[in-house]
Each structure stands twice: as structure tokens, then as C-alpha cells.
Design a protein around this ligand. Structure first.
Ligand SMILES: [Zn+2]
Length: 124
């Protein structure tokens, strides 16, 4: 088999315009031993993957009810692992709700346990 001429073999360079955002100012909370411990424990229990979309990789342990809204900082029921895109969606949605003076949404776990409305079933 003849060797193909090596033309246009250059792999397109990675788009560097989408540089990662600068690291957020580290809050002392996230450096606390208690937080690290809870995060490691939940990681071991749940696995290191996004609990919203199942994405594996880098995950963020997100407070469903944010601490500034009175969410429990270390309660596993208030913590969810999320990948960057899912976390970004939630925080962006909450930010715009806040801007509108509305309550931020809290994940699906926060929905009230309302029973579905009884439906009349027509028989026959
Ligand atoms: Zn995700």
C-alpha cells in the first residue's frame, strides 16, 4: 500500500479561548477539616460522579440549599455531587431567580411530597 502524502496532517490546535475561569476565592469553609471529611465520606459512599447527569470526572459537592439561605452545611441530604455543567446550570438559574427577587430553586429533593391529584378513571 503506497504511503499517502503527508499533507494537512496537522491536528487542529486546541481552542484555548475557552480558558478555565480563574479559581474562585477560597472560602475558609471549604478548607475546613470537617468539610473535607464530609466530602471524602460522601465520595466514598456515592462514587465520584455527577448525581444529576451521571457524568464521571471532576465533580463539585454542591449545597442544594445554599448556606447563605440557611442550608445545612454538612448534612448529606443537602449535598449533591455535580459536574461543572450541571452545577453551572443550577447556580446560573438560582442567580437569575435571586435577581428577580424570587426564591432560588432547590434541587428535586426539595420538592414537597405532594400526592398526585386523584384522577377519575373511566371504566368501560
Ligand atoms: Zn452533570
Amino acid at each position: 500500500m503506497p504511503k499517502l502524502p503527508m499533507r494537512n496532517q496537522r491536528v487542529p490546535a486546541k481552542d484555548r479561548r475557552r480558558a478555565p475561569p480563574p479559581p474562585k476565592k477560597a472560602e475558609p469553609f471549604y478548607g475546613s477539616a470537617e468539610w473535607q471529611e464530609v466530602r471524602e465520606r460522601l465520595k466514598a459512599q456515592r462514587g465520584e460522579r455527577c448525581e444529576t447527569c451521571g457524568n464521571r470526572g471532576r465533580v463539585i459537592l454542591h449545597h442544594i440549599v445554599e448556606r447563605k439561605d440557611g442550608g445545612a452545611p454538612f448534612a448529606p441530604s443537602n449535598l449533591i455531587f455535580q459536574c461543572d455543567p450541571c452545577h453551572g446550570k443550577v447556580t446560573a438559574a438560582n442567580r437569575s431567580l435571586r435577581a428577580d427577587g424570587k426564591e432560588p430553586k432547590h434541587g428535586p429533593q426539595e420538592s414537597p411530597p405532594s400526592a398526585p391529584a386523584p384522577r377519575s378513571i373511566r371504566l368501560g
